[in-house]
Design a protein around this ligand. Structure first.
Ligand code: KG4
Ligand code: ZN
Length: 333
């Protein structure tokens, strides 16, 4: 790592939040801001891509300005700007990339295109260093559900992936079926606490090594809701969450038993789930592995994780293209 006192500006616009943050080389978040689009997408029950791009255009420069003002720093003092280049929605990515390119040119500051998934990975070390290697990583977000193995910081190997929907997507779709709005994760978790597992929904792909599948679970919930008249929403939520937790913990257990690891790192929006935090804590206690979770506010998409990852790119002099890549994988930069 470079020993600099400088700051990196992270810009994240891959999906539905315009997020910006300033982070130092130790992962300390000096300032952060986010313009949430929840109110825009809520009425559609999911992200409406065109509306997302337009909202990013409106909010990107004011959010950058606010964060710089908050920290009272001059743009020229920045070490670099890191901006998400993929994966994500092409229009949303383009807004962030174009804004970062323009600002970098104007300020004379280098701009680096960052893999959003590497940002999530590095979120586990924000505010304090937590991750010890080798590590098994579970990345659970709206766009991804995957397991990776990291021998060290620079060596990431994909060991399991979803064959269809991500777990976050399943949360969002089930929430929509239950009329609970978008995003589904937080509200499902909250009401599940007042329910009981009265329906045994399927636990998809338990036998399939480290791969996942969540579209069958989502369809099972849909069929149940169509067939049953007097269900209790809290019980359906609790039953759905129980199925997700069992699958996620079983796959983590299997990954940890087959890959020697000091840490289990759980990142991405679904890492905000209290149920997942609790079940993975019990698993790690049992297996004697250290559980590394990002602080709650840095679990869902944010600018700090992108700035944090930018320091790794700087340390290895990694340059990347500033073209959007909607389907970038975790092994790429
Ligand atoms: O990482 P993220 O903010 O965006 C993507 O990169 O996709 O993840 C968003 C996903 C959404 O599907 C949302 O429903 C889910 O994370 N999520 C949660 C919770 N908070 C957000 N899922 C379960 N429990 C939560 N508390
Ligand atoms: Zn994300």
């Amino acid at each position: 790592m470079r020993t600099t006192n400088g700051l990196v500006l992270g810009i994240e616009t891959s999906c539905d939040d315009t997020a910006v943050a300033l982070v130092d080389v130790h992962g300390k978040v000096v300032a952060a801001g986010v313009a949430s689009q929840v109110a825009i997408h809520n009425r559609y029950g999911g992200v409406y891509p065109e509306a997302a791009s337009r909202a990013h255009v409106d909010k990107i420069l004011p959010t950058v300005r606010m964060v710089l003002d908050d920290a009272a720093i001059e743009p020229r003092e920045l070490e670099a700007i890191g901006v998400t280049r993929g994966p994500g929605l092409i229009g949303s990515l383009m807004v962030g990339l174009n804004a970062a390119t323009g600002l970098g040119q104007g300020w004379g500051v280098p701009v680096i295109g960052i893999n959003h998934l590497r940002g999530h990975l590095r979120s586990a070390d924000l505010e304090e260093k937590r991750v010890g290697f080798p590590a098994v990583v579970l990345l659970v977000s709206g766009g991804h559900t995957l397991l990776a193995y990291m021998r060290d910081q620079g060596d990431i190997r994909l060991i399991g992936n979803t064959r269809d929907d991500s777990v976050g997507e399943a949360y969002d779709k089930v929430a929509r079926m239950l009329g609970l709005g978008y995003p589904g994760g937080p509200v499902i978790d909250r009401i599940a606490k007042d329910g009981r597992e009265t329906v045994r929904f399927p636990r998809p792909m338990l036998d399939a090594e480290l791969d996942f599948s969540f579209s069958g679970l989502k369809s099972a919930v849909m069929r149940y809701l169509a067939a049953e008249a007097g269900y209790k929403v809290e019980d359906v939520a609790a039953s759905f969450v129980a199925s997700c937790m069992e699958v996620l913990t079983l796959k983590c257990r299997r990954a940890l038993l087959t890959h020697p690891a000091k840490s289990l790192v759980i990142v991405g929006g679904v890492a905000a789930s209290p149920q997942l935090r609790e079940t993975s804590r019990l698993l790690c206690e049992e297996l004697g592995v250290s559980l590394c979770l990002p602080p709650l506010k840095w679990s869902t998409d944010n600018g700090a994780m992108i700035a944090m990852a930018t320091w790794d790119y700087l340390a290895s002099s990694m340059t990347t293209s500033l073209e959007p890549v909607p389907s970038l994988t975790i092994e790429s930069y």
